[in-house]
Ligand binder design. Sequence first.
Ligand code: HPA
Ligand code: ZN
Length: 337
Amino acid sequence: MVTTDFMRRLPKAELHLHLEGSLEPEMLMALAKKNKVDIPFQTIDEVRQAYQFTQLQDFLDIYYAGMNVLRTESDFYELTTAYLQQSHKDGVVHVEVFFDPQGHTERGLPFQVAADGIVRALRDGKSKFGITAQLIMCFLRHLPEADALQTFAQAEPYFADGRIVGVGLDSSELGNPPEKFERVFKRARLAGLKTVAHAGEEGPAAYVRNAIELLKIDRIDHGNRALDDPSLIADINRRGLALTVCPLSNLRLRVVDDLQQHPLKRMLEADLCATVNSDDPAYFGGYLLDNFVAVTEALQLTKIHVIQLAKNSITGSFLDDSQKQRHLNEIDRISVL
Ligand code: HPA
Ligand code: ZN
């Protein structure tokens, strides 16, 4: 039996987290009131009741409506700080978090409002919670590539000093394949940014393959459907690409019927560098430790599996080798206690 306390004490990185998806109903209601934004809910219970999804798009509709209450730099600061505080409680030592700038610029906020609030909170998070952080901006794949290119241009001042380290690709996967974003990903690579993409969450294995071969991504977000193609699994391993897997998200968005069917254990058995992540914890019923606990119980994971998952989160991160080694040593130290 692997205890929750052991999973908490293991140093872990979270590599797949949408900050806007960490907007808890309490904060959503408070910001709606403060910013005088109309929402179709009277109580926190009513908000939670609305969080029932049968597919990704059901969630995305509510997620974009929810982020509409975020209006000022300090709203984004508060949102990000609350996430870091919770992560600290869960034993998270490093985060690589996403935000969706187009979800904010589309409704009239300047790019800087979201970006500056988040960057300031991540910096303060280092001294407040001892958590290191890197920021990745995602392009909304349901919008045209021209919009992504425009967003890229707005973000350029944030690249040189590392305030934004990478680009990703999220939102409605089916019908919006990776190749739609080849040009903007090429530009990101030329600017020295890391690149990641959601692939194989609802889309087929071919989307994972194209994200790797055409977008030349450094890491795969979700990647569940890669398991459908053995030659793709071999290729992912040959390239050493990590997968950021999100068990409770997969359950709530019906990517899996129940957690007992979740592919995480099969991924580990196929030697894939699979990691556990919370995706949109305010909407899917749990933060990082909740995901570890739920998937460990459902798949009867052993201590060896859990240690491997913690190590994968470090090796799959964009930390440099010396930082990785320091965390890996600490995982070893805690594992033998
Ligand atoms: N998938 C795609 N887009 C998203 C997600 C997700 O799980 N969360 C926030 N945007
Ligand atoms: Zn995601």
